[in-house]
Design a protein around this ligand. Structure first.
Ligand code: KG4
Ligand code: ZN
Length: 348
């Protein structure tokens, strides 16, 4: 079964063709990240206009890269929630029109389910044994999910404020490093010392054992940066760019280490409490090398740990949307029944 996936929930316009949920025949991504780098974050109107400009050429390229035409496509899958409404609308309206014109079933996909199914891409599905514990970490989401079978999700923890990726993006903006923050901060962190600053590791109380909160950490980093720049303002310096490079590396390393400690500790605690066969990392932050290494070291050796086989499957893409659709039990939704939602629980 070949599914055309479409993803436009944030700032990536993406389309892909995937066979039987695992074999990626094409994976096309047009990112408007350069536009958002100028503002240090995604501006919804700008993202939506870019989606409108890119969506048709991206879908055409996904079909031609896969060497297929419409008669080879069995269904269309599209991200319908959660995300920026104006961005989601472009993908969903396009998918609805194409489903109607080409008489294909349309399968609406939850964005977090798509990130979770990114771990099936280019793997033998028999490699994946349930129940699986998944840490989904991206710019908009931060959840601990117990997956007992296909589409059998139980969210056991989530963020009470900022997601891990959002924290990376905000600290990068504070340090004038650009957008998205994750890859830049982790690069700078490699040259710095994680012990330079003792930033808080918010673990929360018993009731919030598996929930996360990164806004206090963000404030602690801001207070430190303000203190460092207070008495150190060279003429003409702008924002926090007046910090010396070495100091930026040390702040990046100390901040990253605090985020990784919290994510790892909660993940390992949950892996110990629940009877699981494997642990998966998913979402943009799962591209982080130090996080992968730390989790592998802290997790008992006998528990398999997977992350997406390529970094392009960690961040937003449409191959994961097509994979999630293949394993979705409800494949026959009519085009007129699909709605967009800025927020929607994973288990709905
Ligand atoms: O999954 P994704 O593409 O979009 C959302 O669904 O939000 O994730 C994007 C997020 C951004 O916040 C970005 O800073 C973060 O993933 N990210 C990383 C890394 N690469 C991307 N964070 C930490 N380390 C990385 N290497
Ligand atoms: Zn995402």
């Amino acid at each position: 079964m070949r599914i055309l996936g479409i993803e436009t929930s944030c700032d990536e316009t993406a389309a892909a063709v995937v066979e039987n949920g695992t074999k990626v025949l094409s994976n096309v991504i047009a990112s408007s990240v350069d536009l958002h780098a100028q503002t240090g974050g995604v501006v919804p109107e700008v993202a939506a206009r870019e989606h409108i400009r890119q969506i048709s050429p991206v879908i055409d390229k996904a079909l031609s890269d896969a060497n297929v035409d419409w008669s080879d496509i069995d269904a269309i899958a599209v991200t319908h929630a959660p995300g920026l409404l104006t961005s989601l609308l472009v993908g969903v309206n396009t998918a609805q029109s194409l489903a109607y014109i080409h008489k294909k079933p349309l399968i609406p996909i939850h964005h977090i389910a798509a990130h979770i199914y990114a771990n099936f891409l280019e793997r033998d599905e028999k490699e994946i044994d349930f129940p699986v514990l998944i840490l989904t970490i991206s710019g908009g989401h931060n959840e601990l999910v117990l997956m007992k079978g296909h589409y059998d999700f139980e969210v056991i923890g989530e963020t009470l404020d900022d997601a891990a990726g959002e924290a990376f993006d905000k600290i990068a903006r504070l340090l004038d490093l650009g957008f998205p923050g994750g890859p830049i901060i982790s690069e700078r962190a490699e040259k710095g010392s994680p012990d330079s600053f003792n930033f808080p590791r918010p673990m929360l109380d018993k009731e919030n054992k598996y929930n996360f909160s990164f806004s206090g950490l963000k404030s602690a980093v801001k207070r430190e940066v303000d203190k460092l720049t207070e008495n150190n303002t060279p003429e003409g310096a702008n924002g926090h760019s007046r910090l010396r490079g070495g100091m930026i590396n040390n702040i990046s390393a100390s901040f990253q280490s605090a985020v990784i400690d919290v994510l790892t500790e909660k993940l390992v605690m949950a892996a110990d409490e629940f009877d699981i066969k494997a642990v998966h990392l998913a979402g943009g932050v799962s591209a982080n090398q130090l996080l992968r290494k730390t989790v592998r070291e802290k997790l008992p050796k006998e528990i398999p740990l997977l992350w997406p086989v390529k970094n392009v499957y960690c961040t937003d893409n449409a191959a994961m949307v097509a994979a999630a659709a293949y394993f979705c039990p409800q494949k026959n939704r009519g085009w007129e029944k699909v709605e967009v939602h800025s927020q929607l629980p994973l288990s709905s």
